[in-house]
Design a binder for this molecule. Structure first.
Ligand SMILES: C[S@@+](CC[C@H](N)C(=O)[O-])C[C@H]1O[C@@H](n2cnc3c(N)ncnc32)[C@H](O)[C@@H]1O
Length: 230
């Protein structure tokens, strides 16, 4: 228990930058504890070094599981899988006969994911395609509705991923997008690198999109939850 708390604090140190430490401690200690496989996946990912920062935080994972459980999607899509924590969180909430299509380009990172999905007993729900995600999304048959999507890959393509998914999003479906606050850089006028500009453009694109409702939440590095207007 002590170790898990320590490691959650480490997670906290790289996430939720806008919250005081005491509040973050309180959030983690008041939320459902992660399980053995999730912890092992976080530990193994941490050993990869700085890239481990790409992994979503445990509180985001719990939220994904619950959103998916409430939505009961038949078909879900993830853009940006890395070592598989967000996919594991989504798959844990999926009904038994539902599928999650995971898009990534890295065999090395997704090999770690596959091992942990197997340990968690969710590997049968996940189809992983190693190819540029836009190509994979374009190959989804027109008639295949997407009920849930999580976008967490290259920021320059966020608008393209969003448009490709929104085209097929079911009426009650949700698109969840990670890193929309980009460690606060979105509101720092002195920062104008490519990724920051891409995130700002994406947030503006969604804000101006009359087709959707958007709730931006300050969990982790910020997520937007997007749904078609009825
Ligand atoms: C931020 S990480 C995803 C983190 C993951 N959601 C998690 O919770 O651990 C981004 C991932 O996007 C992948 N990626 C980057 N560009 C891509 C592209 N064009 N197509 C598919 N995947 C891409 C990277 O290989 C990386 O694994």
């Amino acid at each position: 228990m002590k170790n898990i708390f320590k490691f959650l604090k480490q997670e906290r140190d790289k996430r939720s930058f806008f919250l005081e430490d005491k509040i973050v401690d309180y959030i983690f200690s008041s939320s459902t504890e992660i399980d053995r496989v999730q912890k092992s996946l976080i530990d193994e990912t941490a050993n990869l070094g700085w890239v481990s920062r790409m992994q979503i935080s445990p509180d985001q994972g719990n939220l994904l599981t619950m959103l998916v459980k409430a939505l009961r999607p038949n078909f879900a899509v993830e853009v940006g899988t890395f070592t598989g924590y967000s996919a594991l969180s989504i798959a844990k909430g999926l009904p038994a006969n539902a599928k999650l299509l995971c898009c990534d380009v890295s065999e090395t990172w997704t090999d770690i994911a596959k091992r942990h999905w197997k340990q968690a007993g969710v590997e049968g729900k996940i189809d992983l395609i190693l190819a540029p995600a836009l190509e994979t999304l374009e190959k989804i048959p027109e008639e295949q509705q997407i009920d849930f999507a999580f976008i967490d890959a290259d920021k320059g393509n966020y608008i393209n991923y969003y448009e490709a998914i929104l085209n097929r999003l079911s009426e009650s479906g949700l698109i969840v997008v990670d890193n929309v606050l980009w460690s606060g850089r979105v509101v720092d006028d002195s920062i104008n690198d490519e990724d920051t500009i891409a995130i700002r453009n994406f947030n503006q694109h969604v804000k101006n999109d009359e087709r959707v409702l958007c709730a931006m939440l300050s969990i982790g590095d910020g997520i937007s939850v997007i749904q078609k207007k009825s």
